[in-house]
Design a protein around this ligand. Sequence first.
Ligand code: M6R
Length: 608
Amino acid sequence: MCGIVGYIGGDQAAPILLEGLEKLEYRGYDSAGVAVYDQGRVQIAKAKGRLQVLKEMIHGGDDIRGTLGIGHTRWATHGEPSDVNAHPQASVSGKFAVVHNGIIENYLSLKEYLMRKGVAFLSETDTEVVAQLLEYYYHGDILDAVVKVLSKVEGSYGLGIICEDDPDTLYAVRKDSPLVVGLGEGENFIASDVPAILKRTREICRLRDNEIAVIRRCGVTVYNTEKEVIPKTPEHISWDISAAEKGGYEHFMAKEIMEQPKAVRDTISPRIRGGRVVLDQITLTPEQIRAFQRIFIVACGSAYHVGVVAKYILEDLTRVPVEVDVASEFRYRRPIIDEKVLVLVISQSGETADTLAALREAKRCGARVLSIVNVVGSSIANESDDVLYTWAGPEIAVATTKAYSTQLAVVYLLAIYLADALGRLTPEQYADYLRELEALPEKIEKILENKKDIQYYASQNFNAKDIFFIGRNLDYAMSMEGSLKLKEISYIHSDAYAAGELKHGTISLVENGTLVVALATQDRLFDKMMSNVKEVKARGAQVLGVAVEDNRKIEGQVDFVFYIPRACDIMLPSLAVIPLQLFAYYVASMKGCDIDKPRNLAKSVTVE
Ligand code: M6R
């Protein structure tokens, strides 16, 4: 996730910007830059890599003199990590400099429009479009230009803007991406996260969507897009810096769980345009798609669990046979693959050693590789034939949550895209799936609003010795993820079983008080699941059920139910996973575990 900081005051801006960016490093980034108004010109310095590279380049800020500036740490989404793609991005004459968090969804059409008007672009970023549009629509009044640009861009944005025609003003705008204005004495700030400015001020104003802050040394005025003044009430920040880094949450995992509605929305919405799934990034033709006889999915850990869900969904929608394998097994089992096979590789980090080796093995055998990756420019992304990025932003907690959810979101997009190319969907089905997909972020939000119920249940059960997760089909795939999440952060022994398999051995482990989490979201398998619930209850199990809110038949059959909103069957995993993540989190928290860095685990497993 990118970071923004901006300064206007009486001190030198560059060192303050660098110091603010340092406080945002924990969020993850791949390049950094600053722009400072320096004697009539906007000077930009930016570099790929660590902030230290930029610092050395401008000698801690001494090389760029000026008291107005903006800075940025970039996490690549559009265009690989590079000096050119780093922010700030400038307009063609260098008059405007812009830093941006978020995604401009319609940047391609805007870019084409400007190019037809003769505007030359330097970078691959969506952000450059904003800088170029500002100059294009600027006729002497910067606020007018900002308002005009906002009427053209679609997507999410936190923007910091400076212009060489106005050395006394910093502009800031937001929509669906956080941005605060920091209030000082004779100086003011902007920041995407409070830690960036906490050393200099504890008084802030939070911008709301479509608000434009016009920030001068002596004061701040906030306007709406009609240029009407919006009164703002300052807020005093009393948190310490480490709580502030986590946005006020106790752990990054909690923060990342709560970020899921946004992460899923960011991943889905830019790819649904005019009622169609648009996967600009992939080059597969309909003929190539029709030629695939099988799909293989390879991944590790939670990404593998996404693969297990994907198998059910892809087979259901495309009717193409799908095999799913953990990468460490796949790479050594001489898989039978050739050019008629599409290999789907899933990885948050894009650097997992086993997954990368599996990818290379697949390519060696002639298969076409499509990867779903979170880290832009990572090894897996670079070596794949096609990449679909999950726009989850950096994930810091070892236990994946938002990356998992966005991988699943991409699987839905891909399944619809492939099924359509294969002629497997009627227009009505296609439209229904898109409607369901677009509704997911709001439904996830609704589940998160009820997190206290899961917290309560966790408080009653955090001392459990063994916890079993059971489900059928998609619910079995979810059981696997629920169980992994719990064991990796709480150190409680846990396993996932296909509910129908219990009686073939596992049920002998169930005794008085054993905790069983029963996923029963799939209508057509509900009665079968309830039979399995009866089996474990008859042996003394305590059962937590997860069911869909309009199916109350589960009541009385389990000891506690957590309801999720209704969605079409194939999309229920996106909802069912949320209570499982919350349960793992609260159990681990009540046990006092090191949630963000569980013992023996690393975020990215780059060794075999
Ligand atoms: O970076 P990757 O997605 O390739 O990582 C794969 C697994 O190591 C990862 O999902 C792991 O299982 C998580 N810690 C689970 O929360």
